[in-house]
Design a protein around this ligand. Sequence first.
Ligand SMILES: Nc1nc2c(ncn2[C@@H]2O[C@H](COP(=O)(O)OP(=O)(O)OP(=O)(O)O)[C@@H](O)[C@H]2O)c(=O)[nH]1
Length: 191
Amino acid sequence: MDANVVVMGKESVGKSALTVRLLTRRFIGEYGDIESIYSHSVSVDGREITLNIWDSPYSEKKVQWADGYVLVYSICDRASFNAVCRLVQAIKSAKDYLNVDKAPIVIVGNKRDLHHRRTVLSEEGRLLALKTDCHFYEVSAAENYHSVLMVFDGLVDRMKDAKLTVKRPLRLKGIVKSMSAVFARRRTDSF
Ligand SMILES: Nc1nc2c(ncn2[C@@H]2O[C@H](COP(=O)(O)OP(=O)(O)OP(=O)(O)O)[C@@H](O)[C@H]2O)c(=O)[nH]1
């Protein structure tokens, strides 16, 4: 079974860092301008689910493609939190949303390790999630694999009850990249 997950949020909030952390357990610091779809298999209740994770800016097309959303802001960047508030509204009012079994949304406040530079309180994230029926996590992609795993586990948990259909087959095979391509690029860049 396939599930499409889109990771969205303002630039530099750590979307790639979260995705790469989930897939490789590593934090590599700089990620460049890579917009890709990554495939990642998880086993839930004995069922194998392939997550197609798209780390990308907002677009209507991606909203329709997704079975679940990870909306990321940085706890040090108030504008990125405001952007997530708008994203939740945009997803919920997207034409297709009501027809796709209310695909779950997880709100993530990243860069928890930079708490001394915090401008968005945990309570604000929690309240936004409560008001909009989303899940909420504060994490540090830089410091911690486990909290990142919980974000995606929580999403899969909510998605597995929704009907994951083959309504929007992935026609993007050409841009699916393996993580080894990311590391290969870094090696090339360093020369
Ligand atoms: N301290 C700290 N830095 C982080 C964390 N997550 C990401 N960063 C840094 O924030 C910067 C941006 O991270 P990216 O993962 O490239 O952010 P992005 O949202 O994918 O950015 P765009 O590709 O521009 O949309 C990089 O320098 C990362 O090293 C974190 O949890 N803590």
